[in-house]
Design a protein around this ligand. Sequence first.
Ligand SMILES: [Fe+2]
Length: 78
Amino acid sequence: MLKVEDIGGELFISSDHEMKKEHYISFAAYVSDSSAMVFKQYPEWNLQVTLPLYRSGKLVWYCTKHGLFYQELRRIKK
Ligand SMILES: [Fe+2]
């Protein structure tokens, strides 16, 4: 699961997943019923994405070893 935090009007997405050349998350994306935004990620850098404060939709991410995953973007409790 990716970590989702409300940082005051924006969503900060991060992960503890390893980010080595041979095993990393190569992209993370926000997908809703009407749009998608893809954020390329790079090995040797922590996964970090900042999104507007969406209330619904899915987060999708792709691990170079384990494939594609997704989770619902839920309303964040402060
Ligand atoms: Fe992985």
